[in-house]
Write a protein that binds this ligand. Structure first.
Ligand code: PLP
Length: 388
């Protein structure tokens, strides 16, 4: 029998990092100790007090059964408390908060909750690929909103053709931004909310990096803006904030009808987050976050090493105020893929071609600094010997 996967899988664009993966294996086969700056996955361990909290919760048989779909009432209350302290936003933890098995799951399922076939979804380009694939899986039509250097990698919403804006169902935003490292001030969300209310578009903001910031910058929430609750939801994750990528814990907050629609979708495809992990999440959200400042200090030191080395090499880049990515311009004579291939072949260092995040990502490469500082220094030593 011939196995034919569904067209939604077959029609996905070929995996752009496949070439890089293949060359990486070839270079490794030659005995080179390849250093990856390709993936954004904190190397710093989850703080010990959070791990302790999981160990205790894992001993309680009450946690072995199916959890509540929307999340433990106490977890949702902890999220609401964190939002009040962090952003000054008050949320009804009953109706405006939903626990997620990591925010990627919520982002993908949100499209199933709100997008009908042929609906237009405005997706940032370059951007986190799930906004686009989630839309495609729901039968929607992604419309790329370019993030360019000229506008500080913020979308020009007013430049979206009226015809498109009027037909659009959903707009994705992500600040602090992956892959560009761009940040915004609250005024940006005032404009975005106004644009969405005027055109009756749902605003979904992915705030995965809100707590990874430097130089005193504090990322705003889209929900701080008046009117946001009429159109917006925001996605958060404990993955980056508390170095918990493998634990799979996140949450969505905002407009009660939208949170309800996401929750209804999820009740049909999953059965919630293991309660012991939610218990540990409560401990994390209610902590004094001093560990957070320590990890940001480690990242900031690496950021400065990296930006200094790249500029020394002649690569143009901004110093990011948040995230653990540097988005550097590809010099003349290279494409983002050919530059990444050169880094891999000649320095044994993996970086990510910007074209993997969308066509407007061409001309840039992304460096992630979630690797131990001595490894980063070694990578930079090798990279500085390159001739571009
Ligand atoms: C890492 C990341 C996430 C969060 O992923 P989880 O599923 O919560 O681990 C969400 N959005 C962006 C842009 C990311 O880079």
């Amino acid at each position: 029998m011939q196995i034919l996967p569904a067209s939604r899988i077959r029609n996905l664009a070929p995996y752009l990092f496949a070439d890089i993966d293949r060359i990486k294996r070839e270079v490794e086969a030659k005995g080179v100790d390849v250093i990856s700056m390709g993936i954004g996955d904190p190397d710093l361990p989850t703080p010990g007090f959070i791990v302790e909290s999981l160990k205790q919760a894992a001993d309680n048989p009450k946690n072995y059964r199916y959890p509540d779909y929307q999340g433990l009432a106490r977890f949702r209350a902890a999220v609401a408390g964190w939002y009040r302290r962090r952003f000054g936003v008050s949320l009804d933890s009953e109706t405006e908060v939903c626990a997620l098995i990591g925010s990627k799951e919520g982002i993908a399922n949100f499209a199933l909750a709100v997008v009908d076939p042929d609906d237009i979804v405005l997706v940032p380009d370059p951007g986190y690929p799930v906004y686009r694939t989630g839309c495609l899986f729901a039968g929607g039509r992604p419309y790329a909103v370019p993030l360019t250097k000229a506008t500080g990698f913020r979308p020009e919403l007013e430049a979206i053709p009226q015809k498109v804006a009027r037909r659009a169902k959903l707009l994705w935003l992500n600040y602090p931004n992956n892959p560009t490292g761009a940040t915004v001030e609250p005024a940006f969300f005032v404009q975005a909310v106004r644009f969405c209310l005027k055109n009756e578009i749902i605003l979904a903001h992915d705030a995965a990096y809100s707590e990874i910031s430097y130089d005193g910058y504090r990322a705003p929430s889209a929900l701080e803006v008046e009117g946001a609750r009429d159109c917006a939801v925001e996605f958060h994750s404990l993955s980056k904030t508390f170095s918990m990528t493998g634990w799979r814990l996140g949450f969505a907050v905002g407009n009660a009808q939208l949170i309800g629609a996401l929750g209804k979708t999820k009740t049909n495809v999953d059965s919630g987050v293991f309660q012991a992990i939610q218990e540990a999440g409560i401990t994390a959200l209610e902590s004094n976050e001093s560990g957070l400042y320590e990890s940001c200090a480690v990242y900031q030191e690496r950021r400065d090493l990296l930006v200094g080395a790249l500029r020394g090499l002649g690569l143009d880049c901004e110093t990011p105020r948040a995230t653990f990515y540097v988005w550097a311009e590809v010099p003349k004579g290279y494409t983002s893929v050919s530059l990444a291939v050169k880094f891999l072949n000649e320095a044994g260092v993996v970086i990510t071609p910007g074209s993997g995040y969308g066509k407007f990502g061409e001309g840039f490469v992304r460096f992630s600094f979630t690797l131990a500082t001595p490894r980063l220094r070694e990578a930079l030593r090798r990279v500085q010997a390159l001739r571009l």
